[in-house]
Design a protein around this ligand. Structure first.
Ligand SMILES: C[S@@+](CC[C@H](N)C(=O)[O-])C[C@H]1O[C@@H](n2cnc3c(N)ncnc32)[C@H](O)[C@@H]1O
Length: 305
């Protein structure tokens, strides 16, 4: 799927539409279903929790297709909300473990699954909690992350789950368009930064399409992007992940400065920063935005204090 892909479904959904029943055994949620569910639960979507619910069955189908998940996948879904994406995932995969922070939504979801996908409810489990803080999950280890993420915490959630769950081999997340570009950016581009390099420690990320704001209720102020990722081995290094991430944070905290200046307090002094950079075969007058993850790992190895 190309960057500017506009799938046939990427049009304004009919506001009154019900999602209808799919042959797969799960009914998908349309705009009218979402409003009915929200009214029944007295849910008023909050910005604080990034609650923008997908009201377009075409969009959730598109997400599931782009995720390339199958019958052997155990999916972790973050922020299932009222269940739009959950219901599209269930017929396709072995199991969905959904982590939801809102207690009202977490409590209501099993009932929605039972009502809309009666034959598939045994594949589903909901965990009430904060996806940025969970330390363990029930059941078999997840192989894929598929989520329409709460936008304000999208990057920390993805990084936390990649660190916590080595079983996670791939993922497809819907995020704010600008965040999607950052996650998938390559060295040398203006938007390359901390999310791009930290993501590259764990996985190869790429843009997998765009989604307009009209497929959500309420509609957010920004458009969205689909980002796909595939796990890869971190660079071979004697430095720990924390040590490498400390260099990345220092380099981008003052991204307009040369690395010699930006890494001065991390190294102990500008001269020590220069020594570490030279030992790592990195030009001390370069800026962080030019370096890939392997260069950051080499620099971390050469800190002298
Ligand atoms: C963008 S909505 C997506 C809802 C649903 N998946 C959909 O596509 O309609 C984000 C969801 O994440 C939940 N959420 C927000 N912060 C969270 C966190 N830290 N951990 C888990 N869920 C969170 C919100 O309550 C909300 O249900």
């Amino acid at each position: 799927m190309g960057e500017n892909d506009t799938a046939p479904e990427d049009k304004a959904p009919d506001d009154a539409a019900h999602g209808g029943t799919a042959e797969s055994g799960a009914a998908l949620l349309g705009a009218a279903d979402i409003r009915e569910l929200a009214a029944a639960l007295d849910v008023r979507p909050t910005k604080q929790l990034g609650q923008n619910f997908v009201i377009d069955p075409g969009t959730v189908r598109r997400i599931v297709r782009a995720a390339e998940v199958g019958p052997s996948d155990v999916v972790i879904e973050v922020g299932p909300g009222l269940g739009s994406l959950t219901l599209a995932l269930l017929p396709e995969v072995a199991r969905v473990i959904a982590v939801e922070l809102d207690p009202v939504l977490a409590k209501a979801l099993p009932e929605t699954v039972e009502a809309k996908a009666p034959g598939l409810a045994d594949r589903f489990e909901v965990v009430h909690g904060d996806a940025m803080r969970i330390a363990e999950l029930p059941g078999p280890p997840p192989t894929a992350l598929v989520a329409n993420l709460p936008y304000n915490v999208a990057v920390p959630v993805v990084l936390h789950l990649l660190e916590l769950l080595p079983s996670l081999r791939k993922g497809l997340v819907m995020v704010q368009a600008e965040v999607g570009e950052r996650l998938a950016a390559a060295p040398g581009s203006k938007i390359y930064g901390v999310p791009s390099v930290k993501m590259a420690w764990y996985a190869e990320a790429r843009r997998a399409g765009s989604v307009g704001r009209h497929v959500f209720w309420p509609a957010p102020n920004v458009d969205s992007a689909l980002v796909a990722f595939t796990r890869r081995e971190p660079p071979a290094t004697v430095a720990t992940r924390q040590q490498v991430f400390a260099v990345i944070d220092a380099a981008f905290a003052q991204r307009r400065k040369t690395l010699r200046a930006a890494l001065a307090s991390w190294a102990g002094s500008p001269a020590m920063a220069e020594a570490a950079l030279r030992a790592a075969d990195v030009d001390p007058t370069a800026r962080g935005e030019m370096l890939d993850i392997t260069a950051f790992a080499r620099i971390a190895e050469h800190r002298m204090v």
